[in-house]
Design a protein around this ligand. Structure first.
Ligand SMILES: *Cc1c(COP(=O)(O)O)cnc(C)c1O
Length: 407
């Protein structure tokens, strides 16, 4: 085929699916992109299961849905070239102002914020040190002090930089553990209730020995004021997920903190190379999307939203409690995923269905529904990731399945 024949071939190919060298092509192959004409739905085309998310902001479930303002920021910025560092500069200033921080940067999720924040504490602006990470044996400071209860899976982000974790439990142990090799003191906010030292005391100890501090508050928004609570309190670095309740792009996060540390963290991140963070890229669309999401989030009416969540939870609670043997209890986790949560449990003698069976039936039903099931005859659900009206579907589907299981 020559060029002209090929063009002709493709213009015909737009009408129906065709075979090119034995490869099936979609009917839109070769057609110029035109959103209104094509309206391709890749989720349908690829046969991906969509579902009502009554579980929460789980990474495996793609966490959250972006609001129109965020999509608009992504779409409009995708048509232009800009300098990467300028986007980070400008967005960083805006985020810092919102979060009462000296400086800020958009990272590739909270996880990268943890890596880059640790890197900053280790290297400062020293390019030789930046290039050495994760080989930090020769550094005068390469230890991170952490409470045993805070030494969790996500700590892997810190160990990625090569640091040596030093685990402590009490204030006395902490004071003994801090020495000339201490680069950072780390606090995992969601583990605060399990630790012996709370964040104020942790900060006091760090200030006493002039050690920088970093806190992971990834999923601890809402409440909205947590966005500035820990910077106000005096943490040098604060790490937050952008794609959880703030509903920014799933792959975005934020690192807030001291100006010198954010400047150092940026040297370990794109567009710079020969560093530990070169692979932790966030594109300009996501950086701007993160800002649009944060701005929208702080402006929204949080009291109104909370009341709406309570009403949605109450509706589901009433629906399932009508069934004999089913109990539904509302609670709010104090830290992390701080949102009304419904725990539904049932008496196995009256309602014959296992947790796994119920989850399968909800998952395989129409529409598909995801809830959390950890142990026993119980499931947990939240409503903060629901689309308007989905609470009614949830209530109906739960009542249906429980009613069928009644003996
Ligand atoms: C979700 C989470 C992370 C990772 O955040 P991403 O934004 O997914 O990178 C880190 N720490 C805690 C406590 C989290 O809940």
């Amino acid at each position: 085929m020559n060029r002209r024949e090929l063009i002709k071939f493709f213009s015909v190919a737009q009408v129906g699916g065709v075979l090119l060298n034995g490869i099936a092509l979609p009917s839109t192959y070769g057609a110029p992109y035109s959103p209104s004409a094509t309206k391709r739905d890749l989720i349908k085309e690829l046969g991906l299961r969509t579902f009502i998310n009554a579980a929460g902001t789980y990474t495996a479930m793609t966490a959250s849905l972006m609001h129109d303002e965020v999509i608009e920021a992504i779409k409009s910025s995708s048509k232009h070239f800009v300098m990467y560092n300028e986007v980070q500069d400008k967005v960083g200033e805006k985020i810092a102002a919102i979060c009462h921080a000296e400086a800020a940067m958009v990272t590739s999720g909270c996880w990268s914020a943890l890596v880059l924040g640790t890197a900053a504490a280790l290297t400062g602006m020293d390019k030789q040190k930046i290039a050495l990470l994760p080989n930090v044996q020769s550094f005068d400071k390469n230890e991170v002090v952490v409470q045993k209860a805070h030494y969790h899976d996500y700590f892997h982000a810190l160990t990625n930089t090569g640091i040596i974790p030093v685990q402590v439990e009490t204030p006395e142990e902490t004071e003994k553990a801090i020495n000339s090799k201490t680069a950072l003191m780390f606090f995992l906010n969601e583990s605060a209730p399990m630790g012996k030292i709370q964040c104020e005391e942790w900060l006091m100890l760090a200030k006493k020995y002039q050690v920088p501090t970093m806190i992971d508050i990834a999923a601890d928004i809402p409440p909205v004021h947590n966005l500035w609570k820990y910077t106000d309190m005096g943490f040098d670095l604060v790490c937050i997920s952008g794609g959880k309740a703030i509903r920014g792009p799933q792959s975005a996060g934020m690192l807030l903190g001291r100006k010198d540390l954010i400047a150092a963290a940026r040297l370990s991140a794109p567009p710079n190379g020969n560093n530990i963070g070169r692979g932790m890229k966030v594109n300009k669309e996501e950086i701007l999307g993160m800002y649009a999401a944060l701005e929208r989030y702080v402006k929204q009416d949080h009291d109104k939203e909370w009341k709406q969540w309570e009403a949605q939870i109450a509706l589901i609670q009433r629906a399932v409690e009508e069934i004999k043997g089913v109990n539904a209890l509302v609670s709010v986790p104090p830290i992390a995923n701080h949102t009304p949560t419904l725990s539904i449990s049932w008496d196995a003698d009256l309602v014959k269905i296992s947790r796994r069976e119920l989850q399968q039936k909800l998952r395989n039903g129409n529409p598909s529904i995801e809830v959390v099931g950890k142990n026993g005859n119980a499931i947990q659900l939240t409503v903060f990731m629901l689309q308007p009206g989905e609470e009614k579907i949830l209530a109906r589907r739960l009542r249906e399945e429980f009613s069928r299981a009644v003996v």
